[in-house]
Design a binder for this molecule. Structure first.
Ligand code: BES
Ligand code: ZN
Ligand code: ZN
Length: 479
C-alpha cells in the first residue's frame, strides 16, 4: 500500500509551488455555478461540457477540476477522492488544494481516493506523491482527523483484499498484534484450545474442515480518560474464506468470498481510529476468525451444535456459517458488560438483494438506537437503511430438534432472518443495546464507486467511528 504524503501549510494559498492545482467546480441542482471561476476557466469547462461527476485537466495552468455536487462534507470528500484518483494516473507529482472549510472531509476523501490494491507485476510508480493543503484557517487538526479515519478504513480494505491463501486467521491475528503494538492497545488472541475450553462450539464447527486454525482476537482500547463515557463492544465476522462448506457455493458465488472477513477487518479499523483520535470511549474489538472449508472433517447439515450461550442449533445449511461464529462471539462480548454491542458482518446475500450493493442493513430491537446509527452513518458518508424485524420472520427459524435452526424455512426476508438468529443469542438485558450491521453489499464491490476503489471498501468503519464520537459527546466529522 503506497501512502500519499499530505502536508498542511497555513496561509500558504498561492505561495506554495506544486505541479498542479486542484479546484472544485460547484454545482447546484446539476447546474454549474460560475462564482469562483475565471472567464477563461469558465469558457474551458463550458466548451468541454463539464458535468458534476467529471474530473478534467486544464493543461496550460495546470489545474485539475473536480465537480462538487453540493456544499456538503460528503460531497467534498467525494470530489477530493475523484481528483486524487485521477492524479494517480497523471504525470504530476505534487498538487495543492486550498481549503476554507470541511478540512476533515478533504483529508478523508484524499486518502480514501488514493488507495488501490493490486497484485499486478507491471504497476508503475507514476503519478501523485504529495498533496499540499493550504488554508487561511488553523485547519490542520481537522485535516489530520480525516486522514486518520481514512487510514483506518484503508487498513480494513488492505486486509480484506489480501488473498485467502495469505490472509488466514493467524495472519489477521498477526496484523491485529501490530495494530495493538503501534497504538498501545491491549490484545488477547484465543486459539483452538481456548475456544474449546470456553465452549465456542458453533465457532469451532465452522472451522473444522480448514487446514488453518481459528482464532478469536480481542483488542481493547481503554479510552482517553480513566472514566470513559461508554464501553462499546464491536464484534466482526471474520471468515477468511467462505466456500459454503458441504452446502458448497456455486462457482460464481465463490469469487470474492475472501471478503467474508470484512466485518472483522472493519472492527480492527474502528478500534485503530478510536485510539488515533483519542476518543474517550472504551472500545473492545472482537474478531471471530475462521474459514468455512470443505473436507472429510466438515460439519454437516443435520448436525446440532451446542453454543457458548447454551442454546442448541440445528444446522440445515453450512453456508449460513457467519451467524454461528457470531453467536459465540456475541456471547463472549456480552460477558464484557458493554453499554453497546455492534456487530458487523457480510452476513447475507439477501441483504444485497434487498438494498443493493452500496447500502448497509441496520437491524436490532431498539428503534431509537437504529435511527441514531442511520443518521450517523449517512453523516459519515456511508449508505445505510433500517431493515425491520418481526415475529413472523422469527418463527421461520423454529427447529423440530433444537432450540433454533441456522436457516429459515422460507428464503424471503433472509437478511432479517439472519439478524433475528443473532438476536436469539442476545440476552434480555442487552437486547436494547445491540445493533447488527449487515455489510454484505458495500464491503466488496467490483467497480470503483464513490470514494471507494474496486474491491474492498472498508464499509462500517466510518459509520461506527461517528457512533463512537457521538457517545463521546463530540460532533460528527470535525469543523
Ligand atoms: N458470506 C455469505 C453472505 C454473502 C453473500 C456475503 C454474498 C457477501 C456476498 C454468507 O455466509 C452466506 O453464505 N449466506 C447465505 C445464507 C443462506 C444459506 C441462508 C446466503 O446469503 O445465501
Ligand atoms: Zn456462507
Ligand atoms: Zn459467510
Amino acid at each position: 500500500m503506497k501512502n500519499l504524503n499530505i502536508e498542511f501549510v497555513q496561509n500558504g494559498e498561492g505561495q506554495v509551488k506544486s505541479d498542479i492545482t486542484i479546484k472544485f467546480v460547484i454545482f447546484e441542482k446539476e447546474k454549474m455555478l460560475r462564482g469562483e471561476l475565471s472567464p477563461k476557466e469558465e469558457a474551458f469547462l463550458e466548451f468541454q461540457d463539464f458535468k458534476v461527476d467529471d474530473v478534467l485537466v486544464m493543461q496550460d495552468a495546470p489545474i485539475i477540476f473536480s465537480g462538487l455536487s453540493e456544499m456538503s462534507g460528503n460531497a467534498i470528500a467525494y470530489a477530493m477522492a475523484k481528483a486524487v484518483r485521477a492524479l494517480k494516473k497523471l504525470p504530476y507529482k505534487t498538487a495543492t488544494f486550498n481549503v476554507e472549510w470541511e478540512a476533515y472531509n478533504v483529508g478523508l476523501g484524499a486518502v480514501l481516493g488514493f488507495y488501490s490494491f493490486s497484485y499486478k507485476t507491471d504497476e508503475k510508480q507514476k503519478g501523485l506523491e504529495k498533496l499540499i493543503i493550504t488554508s487561511s484557517k488553523p485547519a490542520g487538526h481537522c485535516l489530520n482527523d480525516g486522514i486518520m479515519v481514512a487510514n483506518s478504513v484503508n487498513l480494513a480494505r488492505e486486509v480484506v483484499n489480501t488473498m485467502p491463501e495469505v490472509a488466514n486467521a493467524a495472519y489477521v491475528a498477526k496484523i491485529a498484534k501490530e495494530v495493538a503494538n503501534e497504538n498501545g492497545l491491549e490484545i488477547f488472541v484465543g486459539d483452538k484450545d481456548f475456544l474449546a475450553k470456553e465452549n465456542f462450539n458453533a465457532f469451532l464447527a465452522v472451522n473444522r474442515a480448514s487446514k488453518n486454525d481459528p482464532f478469536l482476537v480481542h483488542l481493547t482500547y481503554k479510552g482517553k480518560s480513566s472514566k470513559p463515557k461508554a464501553r462499546v463492544a464491536v464484534v466482526g465476522k471474520g471468515l477468511t474464506y467462505d466456500s459454503g462448506g458441504l452446502s458448497l457455493k456455486p462457482s460464481a458465488s465463490l469469487v470474492s468470498m475472501k471478503s467474508d472477513k470484512s466485518g472483522a477487518c472493519a472492527a480492527l479499523g474502528i478500534i485503530k481510529a478510536a485510539s488515533h483520535l483519542g476518543l474517550d470511549v472504551e472500545v473492545h474489538a472482537i474478531l471471530g476468525m475462521a474459514e468455512n472449508a470443505i473436507g472429510p472433517n466438515a460439519y454437516r447439515p443435520d448436525d446440532v451444535l451446542f453454543t457458548r450461550e447454551g442454546k442448541s442449533v440445528e444446522v440445515q445449511n453450512t453456508d449460513a456459517e457467519g451467524r454461528l461464529v457470531l453467536a459465540d462471539c456475541l456471547s463472549y462480548a456480552q460477558d464484557l458488560k458493554p453499554d453497546y454491542i455492534i456487530d458487523l458482518a457480510t452476513l447475507t446475500g439477501a441483504c444485497v438483494v434487498a438494498l443493493g450493493d452500496y447500502t448497509t442493513g441496520i437491524m436490532g430491537y431498539n428503534m431509537t438506537l437504529q435511527h441514531k446509527m442511520l443518521t450517523l452513518a449517512l453523516n459519515s458518508g456511508e449508505l445505510a437503511a433500517i431493515l425491520p424485524f418481526n415475529r413472523h420472520l422469527k418463527k421461520l427459524l423454529d427447529s423440530k430438534v433444537a432450540d433454533i435452526c441456522n436457516i429459515g424455512s422460507s428464503r424471503m426476508g433472509g437478511a432479517m432472518q439472519a439478524g433475528l438468529f443473532l438476536g436469539a443469542f442476545i440476552r434480555e438485558e442487552y437486547k436494547d443495546k445491540w445493533i447488527h450491521l449487515d455489510i454484505a453489499g458495500p464491503a466488496f464491490v467490483n467497480e470503483v464507486w464513490d470514494v471507494n476503489p474496486a474491491g474492498a471498501s472498508g464499509a462500517g468503519v466510518r459509520m461506527c467511528v461517528e457512533f463512537l464520537k457521538d457517545l463521546e459527546g463530540g460532533q460528527w466529522g470535525c469543523k
